[in-house]
Design a protein around this ligand. Structure first.
Ligand code: PEP
Length: 226
């Protein structure tokens, strides 16, 4: 069975035309389920079979300037939402907020991709990593239906650094998250490219990939999803 591969475009590209060209260049044919997550202003102009948002607010409507409503995303046909990315947590987003956002997404039939991760250096002790993940997951998932949630494990040091974790480490974390939290799909993210993607996807407990930088390079991303 195919896995889940999510493209996180972050704050790229800058224009509608570039966003449309990028999406057009991504193959719709893959053995995997492929989701493109463009910036919010491009969600209406990018054409691709599965779209995701990069964030979602916990309220659908009201006096919340600048927020992204789960109801509006649902109306646009958005099926996934990345929630609690470390780049948002570093701006102050808490696991309690992540939980509220995931609950709201579920209410509108949007699958939350709850991001967790830890470590500013590759030398971080695995037990320490698991301790922090446990805290993040306990707080982010409490009371939510595990079977409807995707978790993305991204070591902070690996994001955008060009240095990925080992597939073996990703597999160990995948086993931990699946067995302790009953999460069916655990993604790995952090400097995935077309050289290392296959070895991550070959791990039985790595349910797919969250890809940042390489998802902006269509030829490379097409090789990843192939
Ligand atoms: C990400 O944005 O979640 C990510 C993993 O980025 P990169 O692939 O560039 O490390």
């Amino acid at each position: 069975m195919g896995k889940l591969i999510v493209a996180n475009w972050k704050l790229n590209p800058l224009t509608v035309l570039e966003a449309q060209h990028l999406a057009e260049a991504i193959s719709e044919v893959s053995p995997h389920r492929v989701v493109l997550c463009p910036p919010t202003p491009f969600l209406t102009v990018v054409k691709y079979s599965l779209l995701g948002a990069q964030d979602v607010f916990w309220k659908a409507k009201g006096p919340f300037t600048g927020q992204v409503s789960p109801a509006m995303l649902q109306n646009l046909g958005v099926k996934y939402a990345i929630i609690g990315h470390s780049e948002r947590r570093s701006l102050g987003e808490t696991s309690q907020e992540v939980r509220e956002k995931a609950a709201a997404a579920l209410e509108y039939n949007i699958t939350p991709i709850v991001c967790v991760g830890h470590g500013t250096t590759v030398e971080q002790d695995e037990l320490e990593v698991v301790d922090v993940l446990r805290q993040q997951l306990d707080d982010s998932l409490v009371g939510l239906p595990a079977e409807k949630i995707v978790v993305a494990y991204e070591p902070v040091w690996a994001i955008g650094s060009g240095k990925a974790a080992t597939p073996d480490h990703a597999e160990k974390i995948g086993i931990f998250v699946q067995t302790k939290y009953q999460i069916k799909t655990v993604l790995y993210g952090g400097s995935v490219n077309d050289t290392n993607s296959a070895s991550f996807l070959a791990q039985p407990h790595v349910g797919g990939l969250l890809v940042g930088t390489a998802s902006l390079r269509p030829d490379e991303f097409n090789r990843i999803i192939a």
